[in-house]
Ligand binder design. Structure first.
Ligand SMILES: N[C@H](CCC[C@H](N)C(=O)O)C(=O)O
Length: 287
């Protein structure tokens, strides 16, 4: 079997995008895992699978697989790549579409300048719903956000990091660091990702505050490791900073692979993610 795919990226976060509307693909979880084990054939952070939606009012459904094979709820950079993909493939003539994801409905919109703005929905701020197990933890209220202490053990040394915990459909733990470039992402990222207080693991964000409307961000992603950009991670970092009274909307987010912009009007309101979406090449995987 040959599987056509399109290689794309959003601010350096790279994807294999599969049209499962014009290609008959009814893979089992094991077959998706096998594809991920081959790093989708060409290497990517995530694989995005485009399907027709059965939900009223939704044009498409899009499924997201990390390169460890795990299917996950949401992908912000992927949502922009997806929107550009369905437009370029002529699967829709709309510039604003409703898309069903595991985390609910999101609405990407193609902008005139080629960027894409996505209504990512409202963040989930209740730890139990992230999900985050607070058993035995004492939150340390600071401003309107609680910072949760995570005990990390590294080469016998114990250290505690304070994180904001929230969900954009997928779970995030965000900490403020003095300098994103020197933050211990490779060392502590995996320890946070797999921390016992996160039953479904977590994406670990390291945010340097440049000024009230500008951050530099690195994310050790659940199921993929550090990526050049993380869209939901940028949303989570901006929301955490705004809730702590450290940032004002809109927030410019400098990721290693490019620049994103996040707007959020406060609790209960949707988060808007704006950024690039680039098509790199077309390919085929033989299965
Ligand atoms: N690693 C994430 C999925 C991809 C999210 C990221 N690539 C984005 O742009 O939001 C997770 O396991 O929740």
């Amino acid at each position: 079997m040959k599987l056509k795919f399109t290689k794309m990226h959003g601010a350096g976060n790279d994807f294999v995008v599969i049209d499962a509307i014009n290609q008959q693909i009814d893979f089992s979880a094991a077959q998706w895992q096998a594809l991920a084990d081959r790093r989708f054939g060409v290497g990517a952070d995530q694989m995005l699978v485009v399907e027709k939606s059965t939900m009223p009012g939704c044009d498409f459904r899009y499924r997201i697989f990390n390169n460890d094979g795990g299917e996950v709820e949401q992908c912000g950079n992927g949502a922009r790549a997806f929107a550009k993909f369905v437009a370029e493939k002529g699967l829709t003539d709309r510039r604003s579409i409703a898309v069903e994801t595991m985390a609910g409905i999101i609405s990407p919109r193609l902008e005139d300048d080629g960027s894409v703005t996505v209504d990512m929905g409202a963040p989930v701020l209740e730890p139990a719903l992230v999900p985050f197990d607070t058993e035995g933890l004492q939150g340390q209220p600071e401003g309107r956000d609680t910072l949760w202490p995570l005990m990390l053990e590294l080469a016998g040394e114990k250290e505690t990091v304070l994180v904001s915990v929230l969900s954009m459909g997928n779970p995030h733990a965000v900490q403020v660091v003095p300098d994103a470039d020197t933050a211990p992402v490779e060392l502590t990222g995996p320890l946070i990702e797999q921390h016992a207080h996160f039953p479904n693991r977590v994406n670990a964000g390291f945010m340097q505050i440049v000024d009230r409307r500008h951050i530099r961000l690195r994310v050790f992603e659940r199921g993929a490791g550090e990526t050049l950009a993380c869209g939901t991670g940028a949303c989570a970092a901006a929301v955490a900073g705004i809730r702590r009274g450290l940032l004002d909307s809109p927030v410019r987010v400098d990721a290693r692979g490019g620049q994103l912009s996040i707007a959020w009007a406060g609790e209960g309101q949707p988060v808007y993610l704006t950024g690039p979406a680039v098509t790199v090449f077309e390919g085929e995987i033989s299965l």
